[in-house]
Write a protein that binds this ligand. Structure first.
Ligand SMILES: [Fe+2]
Ligand SMILES: [Fe+2]
Length: 146
């Protein structure tokens, strides 16, 4: 299992774990599409879709709880990813998924983690809530691990 690159670390460990899972699942999907193991590709695709919902929900909940002021903007970015993933899932089900589309999606998500997710992490740090956020999410987030 590869480590999360330093520039993607939010210091909210539950989220860092989630983000790492995304990268692992994308790789799994890409490898299986390449090898035309479509059953495994379906599996990875479904897990990413479900995990997007879980992870986005966790982030949005914690932003609301700790009164982050850019929560609506962040939610819109999440909804965009959910819609795009629905297209990728559809293409996978029809066995016409292009690896380029997964790579583009991954790149956009990595940019979101490196920019938008870092922004709330900085906010938690500045507001002195980083430790509390870690505590809350560790407790609530454990049940949501894949
Ligand atoms: Fe995230
Ligand atoms: Fe996010």
């Amino acid at each position: 299992m590869s480590a999360l690159p330093d520039n993607l670390r939010t210091e909210i460990l539950t989220f860092d774990l989630h983000h790492r899972w995304f990268l692992i699942l994308f790789r799994h999907l890409e490898e299986n599409v390449q090898a035309e193991r479509w059953g495994f590709a379906d599996w990875a695709c479904e897990k990413v879709g479900r995990y997007l919902q879980v992870h986005n929900g966790c982030e949005e909940h914690s932003m609301q709880r700790f009164q982050y002021d850019r929560v609506d903007e962040h939610k819109r970015a999440h909804q965009h990813f959910v819609r795009r993933w629905a297209g990728i899932s559809d293409d996978t089900a029809k066995r016409r998924l292009e690896l380029r589309d997964v790579a583009d999606f991954r790149q956009s998500l990595v940019e979101h983690i490196g920019r938008d997710d870092q922004r709330y992490s900085d906010y938690f740090e500045r507001s002195g809530w980083l430790l509390q956020a870690n505590n809350v999410l560790w407790r609530d987030g454990l049940a949501l691990m894949p």
